[in-house]
Design a protein around this ligand. Sequence first.
Ligand SMILES: [Zn+2]
Length: 511
Amino acid sequence: MAATAYLIAPTTPPDYHRIISPTLQVPSDPQISVPVGLLACQRDPLLRTLQTTVVSASVAQPPAIPAQKKGKKAVLAPEVPNELLLHVLLHDTVIFPEGGGQPTDTGRIITEVDGAIWEVVQAKRHGGHAVHYVKIRDGVHADTALLAFQPGAKVTVALGEEGYDRRYDHMSMHTSQHMLSALLETRLDLPTLSWSLTSHPSPCYVEIPRGMSQEEIASIQAEANRLVFEGRKVHVEVEELDVAQEQAKVIPKLESGRSVGKALPKDYTGGVKRVVVIDGVDRNPCCGTHLPSIHNLQLFLIPHTEALSRSSTTSARLYFLAGPRLITYLTSTHASLASTASILSCGPTLVPDRVTQVVDERKKAEKRVTDTEQGLAEYIAKGLAAEIISKDNANELYKHHFHRTDDTGNALGFLTSIAFSLGAVAPPGAEGGRPYIIVLSSTPSTQTANTISTVLVVGTDDAKVKVVGDALKTKLAIKGGGRGTRWSGKFTGVWKESRENTSIEEILSTL
Ligand SMILES: [Zn+2]
C-alpha cells in the first residue's frame, strides 16, 4: 500500500496571542497603522504573507551606515543600497521591525495595481510604528514608485522563502535566549546583562556577571533540553502600556553599577505592553517574534564561558545554538572532523589519538633536526677552525666568506650556531690564536625581489667586524647592526653569487 504524506503547514495556535486588557483592540480601520506590539508578525509568528493596505509612503534618503563598534562582532544588518528608498507604512505587516535584540526581517511587497514586486531591505520602528524601507525598482522614478503606494492601495506583504528562513532562525535563537536566561537566573542566580543575536551561523551569546564551570553549563543545558522535550508552549500577553508606571520602574543594577536588562525604549509610542511567556519557565517583556512552542529548540551550549574584562568588572559570555543554526553548526563541525579524519587516514573517533601521535612525532622530528643542525654547525666550524690554524702565517688575518642555501625560516639561527661553535673551537682573544674575520651568508633556493637573505659577520676584532658591517650596509644595502665581535643583517632581493659574493670578497680584501 502506498504511503500517504500529509504536509500540513505549521500554524500558530489561536491562544498564542492573548489580549488581556478588555479595552485594547487591534485596529481594523485600514487607514490606521497597527502599532508595534500588535503587528501580524507578533500575533502570528508563523504567518508568511498578508494582504493589507498602504497607510502612507514617502521618498527618503538611505539610512547612514552606523560605525561598527570596535571589537563588536558584526550583528545582522542587511545591506541597504546607497540610493533613494521608499518609507512605507502599512496597515499591518508580517515583516518584523528590529527590536528586543532581534534584527529586522527582510521581505517584499507586491502592489496589486500593477503586480510589481518591491524588495523590503529593512523595517524599522519609528515611534510606535513599523516602517518598511522599500528599494525603488531599477529604472523606476521615485515619483512613479510613490504612485503605486498611494494611501489605501492594496498590497501583499510577504517574507518570501529567504526572509522566512532568516526569521525562523532569529525566532529560534531569540526564544532559546529567553529560556536560557530564565534558567540561568532561577537556577544559578545569574542575571543576563545583555545578549547578542549574531549573524548566522555564528553562535549567539548571553553576557553574565561571571564565568561558569563546565558542570554548571552541562546542568543548564540538560535542564533546558528537558523542557524542550516536554514541548513547553509559548504565548504572548498584551495590554495597554501604562507609560508612567513603566517609566517609574527601576532597572536593577549589579554591585558594579551595570544594569540588568533594558528599559522600554524612550521613543516607543505604540502604547502596548507585551510579555512573552514560556509556560512554567519565564515571563519576559519583549517585542520580538517568538515560536509558539520550544519543542524543536534543542539547546547546545558551548561548554566554556569566555571571560570579558572591563575596567570595573569581569563578566563572561556564554555561547549557545538552537534550531536551524544548531544543525548548521553540527554539519560544519562534522565536515571538519570528517576531513581531518580523512587526512589522518583514521575514523573520526580516533582523530584526537592520531593528532596526539602526530604532534609527538613532530616534536621528536624537530628535536632530531635541531640535533642534526647542531652537529652540522659544529662540523662546519671545525672545518673553518682547521683552515685558520693550517695557514702558514699565524699572525696574518684570516678572511673568509662562507655562503650556503637555506630554505628554513631560521637561517640566522643556523649561522649563529656555526658562529657559536667556531667561538668554542677558536675563541677570539685566545692566547696564540690567529685573528680572523668570517662572513656567513644564507639565501633561499628560489628568490624574488622580496626574498630575504641573511648575513652574519664574526671575528676576533671588534673594529674589523664593524668595518665589514658598515661596508655591507653601503655596498650591498644590507640592513643590520651588531655589537662587539658579531654583526648581522638582512639583504632584500635576489642574491647573485657573481655580484653579492664578489662584493663581499672585495670588502674582505681591503682589510
Ligand atoms: Zn526578547
